[in-house]
Design a protein around this ligand. Sequence first.
Ligand SMILES: *[C@@H]1O[C@H](CO)[C@@H](O)[C@H](O)[C@H]1NC(C)=O
Ligand SMILES: *[C@@H]1O[C@H](CO)[C@@H](O)[C@H](O)[C@H]1NC(C)=O
Ligand SMILES: *[C@@H]1O[C@H](CO)[C@@H](O)[C@H](O)[C@H]1NC(C)=O
Ligand SMILES: *[C@@H]1O[C@H](CO)[C@@H](O)[C@H](O)[C@H]1NC(C)=O
Length: 369
Amino acid sequence: MQVTVCRLRTHQWCFILFNVILFHALLFGADFVEEYFLHALPYVNMKVLEIKDKARKLNTEPLRSNLSKYYILSQSEVCKGKNIFLLSLIFSSPGNETRRNLIRKTWGNVTSIRGHPILTLFALGMPILVTTQQEIDRESHKNNDIIEGIFLDSAENQTLKLITMTQWAVTFCPNALFILKVEEEMFVNLPGLVDYLLNLKEHLEDIYVGRVIHQDTPNRDPNSQEFVPLSEYPEKYYPDYCSGGGFIMSQDVARMMYVVFKEVPMIVPADVFVGICAKSTGLIPIHSSRFSGKRHIRYNRCCYKFIFTSSETTDAEMLLAWKEINDGKECTLFETYSGLISCKLLTYLDSFKRFHIGTVKNNALYFGD
Ligand SMILES: *[C@@H]1O[C@H](CO)[C@@H](O)[C@H](O)[C@H]1NC(C)=O
Ligand SMILES: *[C@@H]1O[C@H](CO)[C@@H](O)[C@H](O)[C@H]1NC(C)=O
Ligand SMILES: *[C@@H]1O[C@H](CO)[C@@H](O)[C@H](O)[C@H]1NC(C)=O
Ligand SMILES: *[C@@H]1O[C@H](CO)[C@@H](O)[C@H](O)[C@H]1NC(C)=O
């Protein structure tokens, strides 16, 4: 019937409609499919039940009494007696006080959203230089928001960093309902994120949510720094995991991870490590396309009010986004819609450009003399 109408009336209309639908399908289709149809079911077996039981009964006392073995700066009292809704752990590099100060001034300066307490802390490893350590001590004394683990903060030690900080969270902040792990380069729309978590309120457990990466493969190039030998991880693909720039887990998930840490090879990248732990505890990561993963989302006020994170945020953009998100101006449905279209399109164009430049460079490498 539709077809005859089309043929009888101006089929230009049908053509336009078709294009509009195609346009939206291309722009949002992948997100939609991922979000609603690619869910595997969580599974439960004897081993998973055992892990859950161990996680519930976890004894953190030995850790508390040997604190100085693991942490230089431990902030062991900041959570005490508080019911934290969301604990943000910002993974920061030791020398980057400027960035930390910027975050303290912008999205990290939030202590409560709609009455739900938020706590923001910086997670660091040790710097190479003694002078940097002195600066960190000073900064920590002033702000009381730095956790520093006893390990060198290098690219290779990021998995160790994640373990140390998860251990911190389950030991010193067991009342935090959710834990956000985020890199310092990210912009985070905390109010949006809190609203999303509040909507999950029937189940506060088994939450591991972020931008899910499917079928990633281990790096098998022995000359690469990220080389993962077959002996350490023999499988062809990694399990689904949340991209490490920013993701959220509930407290029980952090505790379960803590229980299974030692069975997982530490050589895999930190975010993959979490994915492997999650898999062995029977968890399936939840995907939300509002997390950016490693992509920078082009700035647009109403788009930034909708998304949760954006990667590679410059200092200027951080200030602007923070100011405009909090100026009290709401976005209408249409503004949000056009904002999303605009920032999605521009972000796709950016990644296309980057891909293209990458290819040209590679070709030059292979074919140039
Ligand atoms: C931590 O301290 C406890 C005493 O409370 C001790 O029995 C235990 O061996 C120590 N554990 C570690 C890992 O150092
Ligand atoms: C953080 O926010 C409070 C109000 O909640 C404000 O008084 C304070 O100046 C802010 N801090 C910074 C560093 O901007
Ligand atoms: C990781 O940290 C440990 C403990 O500080 C250190 O001995 C090791 O050299 C670090 N590894 C790398 C590759 O930096
Ligand atoms: C500090 O962090 C920003 C954002 O991630 C990054 O662009 C900058 O290079 C870092 N600076 C240092 C000294 O690590």
